[in-house]
Ligand binder design. Sequence first.
Ligand code: HPA
Length: 287
Amino acid sequence: MRQPAEIDEVEHDQSLQRASAAVRQVWNITPRVAVVLGSGLGGVADRIDVEAVLDFDELPGLATTTAPGHCGRLVCGRWAGVPVAAFQGRLHLYEGHQLSDAAAPARLAHALGAETLVVLSAAGGLHPRLRPGDVMLIEDHIDLMFAGPMAGRREETPRRRAWRRSPYDGKLGEIVATAARREGFDLARGVYVGVLGPNYETRAEYRMLRRIGGDAVGMSTVPEVVVAAEAGMRVLGLCAITNSGLPDAPQKTSAHDVLTVAEATEQRLGVLVRALVESLSGVNGHG
Ligand code: HPA
């Protein structure tokens, strides 16, 4: 007899097949890169030469987003000549979605044939040197969303052991770090802590998250990254630091401030993602 978790997986696979068929009907191209755009960052997709747009409710398996700053569309087209699929809007656990819903964009990206997933998000800064408006390259994460079980209890293989050590691709990180230096802006690096939300943290929680090794905290990213890494995709994670989570210099954080500050980082995030996309097209000699 099939176990409930397996049934979930089978149902998920079927909706995924239907979602990828729906995309193929309007855009029969394999994306090289998929981008998941977080709170206030949907405008990064404006740089894409759009060839097709699908609403999430046309895509079986992708629930409708309700969070402010998330419009719920898949934008397909070319960026620097490279086929790209961008998910504008994310599904959060705090909206009542399951982990598998939050990870659905990564599954669909993989089903469409994308080899690389770029995950952009808004986050609170825990490291004392991070300021609102900074951009941070995610080098590693702490999974307080408990997304790990989505990767399944499959047998350990060398690939699985490797991504569990670090799901973020160091080479992609270096490409964007080089681009930031070339453009003359600072790119911080650090550890992202994924939490459930929906509330921003108490001072005691920010202190704890810093002590356990976090540099930034947010309510997304980890589910998509776990699923993409498990599927063998290369992952780049970047976050916009939208507010400071310093327990001894407390500041009130509102969803509105988070969106406004995130929007102010869009231009730099756009430069970084473009550099990555260009590296895949062979411009700049990265091959
Ligand atoms: N905490 C959690 N998630 C967030 C924050 C924060 O301070 N800022 C933006 N997303």
